[in-house]
Ligand binder design. Sequence first.
Ligand SMILES: Nc1nc2c(ncn2[C@@H]2O[C@H](COP(=O)(O)OP(=O)(O)OP(=O)(O)O)[C@@H](O)[C@H]2O)c(=O)[nH]1
Ligand SMILES: [Mg+2]
Length: 426
Amino acid sequence: VTADSIDLSVVVVAQHEAGHLRALLPRLANLLGSLDAAHEIIVVDRDPDEATSQVADDWRARVVRRPAAGYGKALVAGLNAAQGAYILTMDGDASHPLGLIETMWARRNEAEIVMASPASRGWRSRRQLTSRALNAIFRRMLSLNVRYTASGFRLYRSEALAQLALHNSHLDILREILVKAHCEGWDVLEIPFEYAPSQYGRSHGRIATPNRDYLRALLGLYRLRNSILCADYDARAHDSIVPPQRYWQRERYRHVTELIAGEGPTLDVGAGSSRIIGALPEGSVALDILLRKLRYARRYHTRRVQGSGFALPFGRAGFPCVLCSQVIEHVPKSTPILDELDRVLAPGGALVLGTPDYGRWQWLVIEAIYDRVLPSAYADEHISHYTRGELLGLFEERGYTIEAERMILQGELILKMRKPAGSGDS
Ligand SMILES: Nc1nc2c(ncn2[C@@H]2O[C@H](COP(=O)(O)OP(=O)(O)OP(=O)(O)O)[C@@H](O)[C@H]2O)c(=O)[nH]1
Ligand SMILES: [Mg+2]
């Protein structure tokens, strides 16, 4: 089996688990044999003893030695050694039911991360309670739509994993992977399984005690998850628990969809991951410069194109409608973005353009508040401050007529302008 023909690498993270490996590896080898996938097994051990090396040898598993302490470091060493197009990770302490591997493998095309999570972790011991409570906090805080955030029993698409820069040395790397995957626009599918601790191995009975580094790492993940750069930022704002953010996003959605209605195939320049993409008419195109936003936007089933607003990858006059909302304030006025919008718009077509109106004190107040309350969301500064009069002037110069003007909270302006029918070929 050569490297590029491996379909599935199985990474078993173990620390002095020879006893469990003796039971695990033969069953794993047998199961993988029935999957019809070229595979390899990798055991990552901190300090492999003779018994571990022996049992690995017996089942043709490769042992990767990772002396530094920590599950996260061991996991990364295993992921780096793995050569398969898919990587399955599991614990070496017999806590993961092997029977699920078939299901996970069968569903590998449904998401880039297919994770199997214990469905009930019990209520009895203090440890179980703590574990459940912490999990609930993490889910909420990191907006992870899974029941159990720290299951290490996962099937990854290697290509998706390769792009995540992972830093956590301990079990929290599992949450780090989920957060970073969400930010990159990859999908996560969770398959719950019944957890019977008596049946699967023993428990070490230790939970990470929240120290300073731990909290700092968690805060970092929180910031990342809620950053405007995160793939699903725009989509999530629609259902934000922060009422003004939700209101704003929904108002923008309402105005834009009303203004583009009936105008035909629309080019959405700087589409992000907004729900508006899903409301564009047949034949429309969502364009963005960030691949991860477009990746998230797969779910809207609209044609997506990666590209820059300064050099739109389309010919002259190709769209009867062009939409550009919340973009021009983020790029210098010296860039040719307005010329580009004009160029790709067909004569007689509609341009829907949205940006804050810096001519209004209302916007200046809103911006000051926003900057304080949601600084991480506001990572991109508004570098071009347009006023209504200025924008109208710029388009009246080109012969455009104003058809509609909408305002969100007296701060964000959304203009609908009509390109003159006779222009375009000059
Ligand atoms: N190579 C390596 N493996 C580790 C390290 N820490 C943990 N492991 C292995 O990683 C897997 C998960 O660790 P556990 O300590 O079982 O973590 P857990 O499943 O959350 O905790 P328990 O409920 O106590 O089992 C086990 O198979 C361990 O043997 C480490 O520093 N290096
Ligand atoms: Mg365990």
